[in-house]
Design a protein around this ligand. Sequence first.
Ligand code: PHE
Length: 332
Amino acid sequence: IQAEALARIEAATDTRSLEDARVAVLGKKGTLTEVSAGMRDVPKEEKAAVGALLNTARNAITAALEGKQQGLQDAADKKSLEGIDVTLPSRALHHGSLHPLTILRHQAISILRRMGFALAEGPEIEDEFHCFDALNTPADHPARNEKDTFYFDSGKLLRTHTSSVQVRTMESQVPPVRIIAPGSAYRRDEIDATHLSVFNQLEGLYVDKDVSLGDLKGTLEYFFQEMFGSETEVRFRPHFFPFTEPSFEIDVKLHVKGQDPRWIEVAGCGMVDPAVFEAINASRKNDGAYDPAKVTGFAFGMGLDRLAMIRWGIKDIRLLIENDARFLKQFA
Ligand code: PHE
């Protein structure tokens, strides 16, 4: 049986005929299987000797099967490589790259986190309280106009700025609060080279005992110089926001090769208006964890799209949402 099986295995030319050979000897009705079944009738004193003989045969056959299987596989591999130069370099893959806004956001977050700001977030579908009322924005303020803000039938709205996250954070955390909140904001603007109806802001808020205007200036000056280079000039121009007093707009003057230096507005900021603290104290029902009369704070908000446009000299904001690979691959 063994000799016959080995010959048949040796003669097999493909996996199919090899499998046939295996079944013929080791299968349910295979020759060796049948002989093994005969062990029952072997007299006791001969069982050991016959058993050993059967084992030797089985091992030899199994080894031959495995050897042949490997041989067939090797031959098949070799054949499939015929005419192929495995030393040729492969075709280049197309690499994806980070979107410029993503690059910029990561960078801004990492600078601010180093300064101790933690990430916070809030809903994009907001109510008027968190977007306007608590931020001391009167009912007749132009920003609340239906012409400028997307309202739902429910009376909710798409937040027009990330400043709503200031309110939500102060409702849930007692001072000291030091957070940043990057996120989308929505306005019903006519779409053109500098406006989209959705854009990206980054909000910041620091509330603690004795936070001063000096802290605000120092923090933001440092931020923009980390962002755009230490030679960047930063200036604070008096402005008005309902939720800060005093309020400022921040301009920066970049010194980048190939760009003529000029002042560009990049952010709004100011000291948190006491009216905001009052609105929040009323809505969060201060449990006495801190004395609201003793805290002050500053807040800032910047447009990330705008920062990206300035940083890379992007002339049209729409490029940021068109997903044109020719544009996007420049930021790899
Ligand atoms: N929310 C203001 C805006 O969208 C920016 C801002 C944030 C101003 C925080 C002051 C403080 O224009």
